[in-house]
Design a protein. Structure first.
Length: 186
């Protein structure tokens, strides 16, 4: 066996710990949700945690962290909004947003990695990732609840725009500072 190949495929203990830590933080904060009366979609902190994960881990490892979280929820652990889990939740009305969060980690992550010194391009990446998440989630919500796409936008996106803008701003301002401190621990 070629030792160079084996060595290059290893993940450091620090990286594994950070992936597990961000998965755990997602599992802790994502279930904390606020239901709103006009929508089946609650307010959660999931996308905020994902933005922080991207800054700390990079898009590939943040995506792995989110997939682990998603699998934990699918097998029934109560890590989804409202302390729920299982296939019913994953394939229910809000399941499209759970899938859409994958696009946040990839699209936002690529922008954040590539343009980490330009806050505006990082914000643009987060907005684009969120927009794709919104589109997937809205189509899914419309199909699940037998409503038009526009009606699903009204209950699945519009009530969340301001809060999600605040989450993006917080991530863009705070996450780079946390990354610097975590990197200083090495």
């Amino acid at each position: 066996m070629n030792e160079n190949i084996t060595t290059s495929n290893r993940i450091s203990t620090k990286t594994l710990v950070l992936i597990a830590l961000m998965t755990a933080i997602t599992c802790i904060l994502a279930p904390l949700s606020i239901p709103i009366p006009i929508s089946p979609v609650p307010i959660t902190l999931t996308n905020l945690v994902l933005y922080f994960s991207i800054y700390l881990l990079g898009w590939k490892k943040a995506t792995i962290s989110y997939i682990v979280y998603l699998l934990l929820g699918i097998v029934g652990l109560p890590v989804f909004s409202g302390f729920s889990g299982g296939l019913g939740k994953a394939f229910g009305p809000t399941g499209g947003y759970l899938i859409g969060f994958l696009f946040i980690t990839v699209i936002s992550g690529i922008f954040i990695e590539k343009f980490q010194k330009n806050i505006w391009l990082c914000i643009l990446g987060m907005v684009l990732g969120l927009a794709i998440c919104y589109i997937i989630g809205t189509f899914w919500l419309a199909g699940q609840l037998d409503m038009t796409f526009v009606a699903a936008l009204g209950v699945g996106v519009l009530p969340y725009l301001l809060g999600d803008a605040v989450k993006i701003a917080l991530a863009a301002l705070i996450a780079p500072q946390i990354k610097k401190r975590v990197n200083a621990l090495s």
